[in-house]
Design a binder for this molecule. Structure first.
Ligand code: MG
Length: 265
């Protein structure tokens, strides 16, 4: 029987793991992402007065140019309150599309290092999505929109304080400071190629989720987060062991993790 106590944790490659949430801890094909896009387009029409025919193009352009619709609208001078925006865009998402994932819960609980959510979403959305997955109690910390944008509501003009989000360097630096982690001993999982590149630029170890091919800035690629133990056994396995001993420990550790994370186990 393998244990995952402090002695193993202290000698593994990672002290902490930063997890993106949307499309990383649950798959991108649940329908949540599509519903979110539709809500953003409705916001552009209903709250900002853009013609319906332009909403989709505008959403894409604002995202590409400014990182998010909210960030772009504020730069363009629209006085949009972040809480109002999030309650419109996320507040009415069909959260029941996110299904409980007991296999993920077992996997996350088997990780003894610090576990931190790092998402561009607002805290309400993060907690609702984590709750639906059945893993809301599994993390030490949530770094979210509010963490990166603490003073937004104090701006006297909408373009006075820029919205900070991944993949900006500022967002990455805030996350490292708030989480108080050594990036060289921290693994960062995200489904977004640009976020992964930003993580690499600040010295994090990086894993691209939802893809089979690594990008230049990704140290690992995982088709789904549930493949974590197979793709990155270093999370559980001592890095000081070597050669045959390490291989045998790796195999027994992974067998043990797979046994506890098997569906229905
Ligand atoms: Mg994501």
């Amino acid at each position: 029987m393998v244990t995952f106590g402090n002695s193993i944790r202290d000698s593994t490659s990672f002290d902490s793991i930063l997890f993106d949430l949307d499309d990383t801890l649950y798959p991108g094909n649940t329908g949540i992402a599509g519903a979110c896009k539709k809500n953003i387009e409705d916001f552009l029409v209903e709250k900002c007065g853009f013609p319906e025919s332009q909403a989709s193009t505008l959403r894409v352009e604002l995202f590409k140019t400014y990182g998010s619709t909210l960030a772009g609208l504020r730069v363009l001078g629209y006085d949009i309150d972040a809480d109002d925006y999030h309650s419109f865009v996320h507040g009415r998402l069909p959260y029941d599309l996110i299904k409980p994932d007991p296999q993920l819960r077992n996997l996350v609980n088997s990780i003894t290092q610090r576990k931190i959510i790092f998402t561009n979403s607002d805290r309400n959305h993060a907690i609702k999505a984590l709750d639906r997955l059945g893993i809301a109690d599994c993390f030490d910390q949530i770094i979210c929109f509010e963490t990166m944008n603490p003073n937004l509501s104090k701006a006297t003009r909408p373009d006075e304080i820029p919205v900070v989000l991944k993949p900006s360097m500022e967002a990455m630096k805030i996350a490292l400071a708030v989480a108080d982690v050594d990036p060289r001993r921290t693994l960062f999982l995200d489904d977004n190629v640009r976020n992964v590149a930003a993580g690499k630029a600040v010295g994090l170890r990086t894993a691209l989720v939802g893809k089979t091919m690594k990008t230049k800035e990704a140290d690992y690629a995982l088709e789904t987060v549930n493949n974590l133990a197979q793709v990155i056994p270093e999370i559980w396995v001592s890095g000081i062991e070597s050669g045959e001993q390490r291989m045998s420990r790796t195999k027994s550790d992974i067998d043990s993790i797979l046994a506890t994370t098997a569906v229905g186990a």
